[in-house]
Design a protein around this ligand. Sequence first.
Ligand code: HEC
Length: 98
Amino acid sequence: MVSLFAASSAVAAGDPEAGAQLNAQCQGCHGIIGFKAAYPTVYSVPKIGGQNYDYLVLALKAYRDGERTNETMHAIASNLSDQDIDDLAAYYSGDQKN
Ligand code: HEC
Protein backbone atom coordinates (compact mmCIF):
# COMPACT_ATOMS: atom_id res chain seq x y z
CA MET A 1 0.00 0.00 0.00
CA VAL A 2 2.83 2.39 0.74
CA SER A 3 3.88 2.48 -2.90
CA LEU A 4 0.49 3.87 -3.88
CA PHE A 5 1.25 7.07 -2.05
CA ALA A 6 4.75 7.36 -3.44
CA ALA A 7 3.47 7.33 -7.01
CA SER A 8 1.66 10.63 -6.99
CA SER A 9 1.56 12.14 -10.44
CA ALA A 10 0.98 15.77 -11.27
CA VAL A 11 -1.53 15.55 -14.09
CA ALA A 12 -5.08 14.50 -13.40
CA ALA A 13 -6.73 12.89 -16.43
CA GLY A 14 -10.26 13.16 -15.13
CA ASP A 15 -12.84 15.88 -15.48
CA PRO A 16 -14.17 17.04 -12.11
CA GLU A 17 -17.34 18.41 -13.71
CA ALA A 18 -18.18 14.99 -15.10
CA GLY A 19 -17.30 13.45 -11.76
CA ALA A 20 -19.76 15.74 -10.05
CA GLN A 21 -22.50 14.26 -12.22
CA LEU A 22 -21.49 10.75 -11.20
CA ASN A 23 -21.13 11.29 -7.51
CA ALA A 24 -24.85 11.05 -6.76
CA GLN A 25 -24.31 7.31 -6.45
CA CYS A 26 -21.51 7.79 -3.91
CA GLN A 27 -22.83 10.57 -1.73
CA GLY A 28 -25.35 8.40 0.05
CA CYS A 29 -22.52 6.62 1.80
CA HIS A 30 -19.43 8.78 1.47
CA GLY A 31 -21.09 12.14 1.99
CA ILE A 32 -22.09 11.53 5.57
CA ILE A 33 -19.41 12.10 8.17
CA GLY A 34 -19.18 9.18 10.55
CA PHE A 35 -21.77 7.16 8.66
CA LYS A 36 -21.88 3.48 9.48
CA ALA A 37 -23.40 1.04 7.05
CA ALA A 38 -25.57 -1.51 8.82
CA TYR A 39 -25.49 -4.41 6.40
CA PRO A 40 -23.99 -7.02 6.46
CA THR A 41 -22.15 -5.81 9.53
CA VAL A 42 -21.59 -2.39 10.96
CA TYR A 43 -18.57 -0.78 9.37
CA SER A 44 -17.42 2.76 8.88
CA VAL A 45 -17.40 4.35 5.46
CA PRO A 46 -14.13 6.11 4.68
CA LYS A 47 -14.05 9.79 3.81
CA ILE A 48 -12.96 10.10 0.19
CA GLY A 49 -13.22 13.86 -0.38
CA GLY A 50 -9.75 15.38 -0.51
CA GLN A 51 -7.98 12.07 -1.05
CA ASN A 52 -5.05 11.78 -3.43
CA TYR A 53 -6.10 11.46 -7.09
CA ASP A 54 -3.95 8.46 -7.89
CA TYR A 55 -4.99 6.72 -4.72
CA LEU A 56 -8.68 7.10 -5.61
CA VAL A 57 -8.12 5.77 -9.14
CA LEU A 58 -6.17 2.78 -7.86
CA ALA A 59 -8.66 2.03 -5.11
CA LEU A 60 -11.66 2.11 -7.47
CA LYS A 61 -9.95 -0.05 -10.09
CA ALA A 62 -8.87 -2.50 -7.39
CA TYR A 63 -12.47 -2.81 -6.21
CA ARG A 64 -13.74 -3.17 -9.77
CA ASP A 65 -11.17 -5.77 -10.73
CA GLY A 66 -11.56 -7.70 -7.51
CA GLU A 67 -8.05 -7.01 -6.20
CA ARG A 68 -9.57 -5.25 -3.24
CA THR A 69 -12.46 -7.15 -1.77
CA ASN A 70 -15.46 -5.32 -0.47
CA GLU A 71 -18.84 -6.45 -1.75
CA THR A 72 -20.42 -3.05 -1.66
CA MET A 73 -17.66 -1.19 -3.43
CA HIS A 74 -17.14 -4.03 -5.91
CA ALA A 75 -20.81 -3.84 -6.91
CA ILE A 76 -20.57 -0.09 -7.38
CA ALA A 77 -17.20 0.02 -9.12
CA SER A 78 -18.26 -2.73 -11.55
CA ASN A 79 -20.47 -0.20 -13.27
CA LEU A 80 -17.73 2.38 -13.73
CA SER A 81 -15.62 2.83 -16.87
CA ASP A 82 -11.98 3.96 -16.69
CA GLN A 83 -13.19 7.42 -17.66
CA ASP A 84 -15.81 7.44 -14.91
CA ILE A 85 -13.13 6.51 -12.40
CA ASP A 86 -10.82 9.28 -13.62
CA ASP A 87 -13.67 11.77 -13.43
CA LEU A 88 -14.71 10.71 -9.95
CA ALA A 89 -11.11 10.82 -8.72
CA ALA A 90 -10.73 14.31 -10.17
CA TYR A 91 -13.90 15.38 -8.43
CA TYR A 92 -13.12 13.91 -5.02
CA SER A 93 -9.46 14.96 -4.99
CA GLY A 94 -10.41 18.50 -5.98
CA ASP A 95 -11.75 21.39 -3.98
CA GLN A 96 -15.26 20.01 -3.63
CA LYS A 97 -15.00 18.20 -0.32
CA ASN A 98 -17.52 15.56 0.45
C1 HEC B 1 -23.44 1.62 0.01
C2 HEC B 1 -22.41 2.51 0.52
C3 HEC B 1 -21.34 3.00 -0.46
C4 HEC B 1 -21.55 3.63 -1.67
C5 HEC B 1 -22.86 3.96 -2.36
C6 HEC B 1 -20.21 3.94 -2.19
N1 HEC B 1 -19.26 3.51 -1.32
FE1 HEC B 1 -17.23 3.71 -1.54
N2 HEC B 1 -16.93 2.66 0.17
C7 HEC B 1 -17.92 2.20 1.01
C8 HEC B 1 -17.30 1.45 2.11
C9 HEC B 1 -18.03 0.75 3.25
C10 HEC B 1 -15.91 1.49 1.88
C11 HEC B 1 -14.79 0.82 2.70
C12 HEC B 1 -14.58 -0.55 2.06
C13 HEC B 1 -13.34 -1.25 2.54
O1 HEC B 1 -13.20 -1.45 3.74
O2 HEC B 1 -12.49 -1.60 1.69
C14 HEC B 1 -15.71 2.28 0.67
C15 HEC B 1 -14.47 2.58 0.14
C16 HEC B 1 -14.26 3.43 -0.93
C17 HEC B 1 -12.96 3.88 -1.38
C18 HEC B 1 -11.63 3.54 -0.75
C19 HEC B 1 -11.33 4.60 0.30
C20 HEC B 1 -10.04 4.37 1.02
O3 HEC B 1 -9.75 5.17 1.93
O4 HEC B 1 -9.31 3.44 0.69
C21 HEC B 1 -13.17 4.69 -2.44
C22 HEC B 1 -12.12 5.42 -3.25
C23 HEC B 1 -14.59 4.74 -2.66
N3 HEC B 1 -15.24 3.97 -1.73
C24 HEC B 1 -15.20 5.47 -3.67
C25 HEC B 1 -16.56 5.44 -3.96
C26 HEC B 1 -17.16 6.09 -5.10
C27 HEC B 1 -16.39 6.93 -6.11
C28 HEC B 1 -18.49 5.83 -5.06
C29 HEC B 1 -19.56 6.20 -6.09
C30 HEC B 1 -19.30 5.76 -7.46
C31 HEC B 1 -18.74 5.03 -3.86
N4 HEC B 1 -17.53 4.81 -3.23
C32 HEC B 1 -19.98 4.58 -3.41
C33 HEC B 1 -19.29 2.39 0.87
C34 HEC B 1 -19.90 2.94 -0.24
